[in-house]
Design a protein around this ligand. Structure first.
Ligand code: EPU
Length: 417
């Protein structure tokens, strides 16, 4: 298994270009199940998770190509309605094929995604939403089976905003008969990207980006060409890396509107942040101030940036309180950061008290999930000595060409195979 070795202590400087967003590309690719024809997606990141969903669609009978960040998906040959365990277990987001399969074929069987390192991550709201649209749901032998001759529009209220839940139900409702209203819907930019794509395919959707999304069902959708939005979490990861190494980095090809929660907290920590149309410059300062964060659904501070921000707070001037309110077990990186000399106290209520230390020390550490691995990379970049991060396959699921991008900014980082 690959490892990443970092000789820490270098300030990052230069420019980095942001890739397309994994979490926007995945639902777009799943949405092509709804279309009898070929959709084309540009700015698709070259990542393990993208290849996982491509393999899943090909197993269902779709024909896909991927070249130079352009993916085409021809859904006309889809003949299978079952997403098998071996494909779903590799990536939880495979649940995104459930809504489109029932919408188009009236029948879907998808392996029930299990929990993952960061939490139990149930899909109950995806299922009650589909039931509200008239699907009959059965769960047996580890599979979800959904059947509906024709889905019918309905009012759906989410107990809490769910990103993939909102996406699944939007995709199910676009071909349903009549009107669907999703209330307390997720408002993430990835939802807006999907709604725009579905609209280009001929769907009638309004309100995406707000808590109430209205969908008027249409009889069929047509192929479309769609560009994936820039990855706001990759953007935030480079922003925090620049601040943590006291560097000066221009982050290009991003959307600053999508990362306001992180910009706000970085400024409060003392970093200089300059914002342009599609670029952000972050200049780190010697004296990092401790700031508190609470993760929240968009537009709040993203849970997917909590681990990286914690790495920065490890070298801040006083104590930072970090509250993870989305996932119940998303502090595994804290124990690894402590092995690097961080002073962190974890409490049961998903709160971490991070007391800044003068410096971190290099150590062998282990990544537990995608964003935890980014946190350890940032810690490795600031620590004295050589840090060796194992289980970096987590990182390869969501960060494209990560060591190339960091090395171009002056990091001393290499992959050990
Ligand atoms: N939840 C339920 N029931 C459901 C669905 C969700 O209780 O039916 C709970 C979850 O357990 C969690 C909260 O609702 O406590 C929000 O979870 P959400 O459903 O929004 O998460 P998700 O859709 O499974 C997406 C991203 C995650 C990101 C979260 C939160 C994709 C493919 N994944 O997951 O991304 O952390 O939203 O923003 O879009 C990552 O990229 O590293 C990542 C984990």
């Amino acid at each position: 298994m690959d490892k990443i070795q970092i000789n820490g202590g270098r300030k990052l400087a230069g420019e980095v270009f942001i890739s397309g967003a994994k979490n926007a590309a995945l639902p777009l690719i799943a949405a092509s199940i709804l279309v009898d024809g070929t959709c084309e997606f540009t700015n698709v990141p070259d990542l393990i998770d993208i290849h996982s969903i491509r393999l899943l669609l090909e197993d269902l009978g779709a024909r896909c190509t991927f070249d130079n960040h352009v993916m085409t998906v021809d859904g006309s040959g889809i003949h299978k309605i079952e997403a098998e365990y071996d494909l779903v277990r590799k990536m939880r987001a495979s649940i995104l094929v459930l809504g489109p399969l029932v919408a188009r074929f009236g029948h879907a069987k998808v392996s029930l995604p299990g929990g993952c390192a960061i939490g139990a991550r149930p899909v109950n709201m995806h299922l009650t939403g589909l039931e509200a649209l008239g699907a009959k749901i059965d769960i047996y032998h580890g599979y979800i089976e959904a059947r509906a001759e024709k889905l019918t529009g309905s009012e759906i209220y989410f107990d809490t905003p769910t990103v993939t839940g909102t996406e699944n139900l939007m995709m199910a409702a676009v071909l349903a008969k009549g009107k669907t209203v999703l209330r307390n819907a997720a408002r993430e930019p990835e939802i807006v990207c999907l709604a725009d794509a579905l609209s280009r395919m001929g769907a009638k959707i309004s309100g995406a980006g707000s808590a109430i999304i209205t969908i008027e069902g249409v009889p069929h959708l047509s192929p479309a060409q769609v560009t994936v939005i820039p990855d706001r979490i990759e953007t935030g990861t480079f922003m925090v890396s620049a601040a943590a190494t006291r560097g000066n980095v221009l982050i290009k090809g991003c959307d600053p509107h999508h990362i306001g929660g992180v910009i706000n907290k970085l400024k409060a920590s003392g970093a200089e942040v300059e914002i342009y149309d599609d670029r952000i410059r972050v200049k780190g300062v010697e004296h990092v101030r401790s700031v508190d964060i609470t993760t929240l659904p968009y537009p709040g501070f993203p849970t997917d940036m909590q681990a990286q921000f914690m790495a920065l707070m490890c070298i801040a001037d006083s104590t930072s309180i970090i509250h993870e309110s989305i996932f119940e077990n998303r502090f595994i990186h804290a124990n690894e950061l402590m092995r690097m000399g961080a002073d962190i106290m974890l409490s049961r209520a998903n709160i971490a008290k991070v007391k800044g230390v003068a410096e971190l020390q290099a150590a062998p550490v282990m990544a537990s999930d995608l964003r935890a691995s980014a946190s350890l990379v940032i810690a490795g970049l600031i620590a004295k000595g050589t840090t060796l991060i194992s289980r970096v396959y987590h990182m390869d699921r969501g960060y494209e060409a990560i060591e190339e991008k960091f090395c171009a900014l002056g990091a001393d980082m290499q992959r050990i195979r």
